[in-house]
Ligand binder design. Structure first.
Ligand code: F6P
Length: 320
């Protein structure tokens, strides 16, 4: 391998910069040239590639966002777009591509791999919805942001004896709500993976207030619907409860990455380059039980992330 490229694609996540840094520095350490592709697959199709050096990734490990910027590219979803992307990579003499992103980005990497481009995927998304890795890069930071917000909400909710409905991101995956819910002691966690009954949620809140609780927090994963609709449903069933709705939105995708996300990103960036050097390709990289692993990317994109039922059951036991 003489020359590789790296891009970040889809929704950005905290730690993407740390991953780019690891890719660039590991490659250069081993005498491989590295190109950064600006704005994901969109930049690839526009030949927006630039050579990176050791210094071009200086002072970024602590920054959220991505210095390579990101985009959601419709053209790259088409067979023509994918073909064009592969041709451009060949034109630039790129013999390995590292794609940092979520599900859609992995689909693109899978297509390029089938067109003969040596490709490695790194799981960069706050959603934690990529299989064959325990965690994705950015998830830990997003969860910490939600927990911090819930801490603040608890203060004011307790003063007023109110309940708070907090809508969090995650697309079709409930992991941000689940992990943040356990860490912040939320009373109810509504997730796409577990059917729920709003009558029971409202009843439980009412009972909790009657039993002396001074506040209650309901975390709603965006995959089950809008926080506003959940709050309205609760008021309909129990008019004495005064829920206030907070939609955390893109706040969850910004800010400095946690140490865990930086370490995960650094390990995976280095691992992906070394796997390419060993001749491997068409893999999604992850960390499972502490070990870096590379799994066939076709299998990764076609396997639904396993739901952590044990953690959900724990949240139910502890949230009385
Ligand atoms: O995939 C990351 C994510 O933040 C999801 O949690 C969310 O549904 C989506 O991206 C939001 O997308 P956009 O930034 O395009 O509004």
């Amino acid at each position: 391998v003489k020359r590789i490229a790296v891009l970040t694609s889809g929704g950005d996540s905290q730690g993407m910069n740390a991953a780019v840094r690891a890719v660039v520095r590991t490659a250069i350490y081993h005498g491989i040239e590295v190109y950064g592709i600006q704005r994901g697959y969109h930049g690839l199709l526009n030949k927006d590639l630039r050579k990176m050096d050791i210094r071009s990734v200086g002072d970024i490990i602590q920054r959220g966002g991505t210095i390579l910027q990101s985009a959601r590219c419709q053209e790259f979803r088409t067979a023509e777009g994918q073909q064009k992307g592969a041709e451009i990579l060949r034109e630039f003499g790129i013999d390995g591509l590292i794609v940092i992103g979520g599900d859609g980005s992995y689909q693109g990497a899978n297509k390029l791999s089938k067109l003969g481009i040596k490709t490695m995927g790194l799981p960069g998304t706050i959603d934690n919805d990529i299989s064959f890795t325990d965690y994705t890069i950015g998830f830990d930071t997003a969860v910490s942001i939600v927990v911090d917000a819930v801490n603040k909400l608890r203060d004011t909710m307790s003063s007023h004896e109110r309940s708070s409905v907090v809508e969090v991101m995650g697309r079709h995956c409930g992991d941000i709500a689940l992990y943040a819910g356990v860490a912040s002691g939320a009373e109810s966690i509504l997730l796409p993976e577990v059917p729920f009954n709003l009558d029971e949620v409202a009843d439980r809140m009412k009972q909790n207030f009657e039993n002396g609780k001074r506040h209650s927090i309901i975390l709603v994963a965006e995959g089950v619907g809008k926080g506003d609709d959940i709050a309205n449903g609760i008021v309909e069933r129990c008019p004495s409860i005064e829920p206030r709705v907070t939609v955390l939105g893109h706040i969850q995708r910004g800010g400095t990455p946690t140490a865990n996300d930086r370490i995960l990103a650094s390990r995976l960036g280095d691992f992906a380059v070394r796997r390419l050097m060993e001749g491997d390709s068409g893999k999604g990289c992850g960390v499972i039980k502490g070990e870096c692993v590379a799994t066939d990317i076709d299998l990764v994109v076609n396997t639904k992330k396993e739901f952590n039922q044990e953690l959900y059951d724990l949240s139910c036991r502890l949230s009385q």
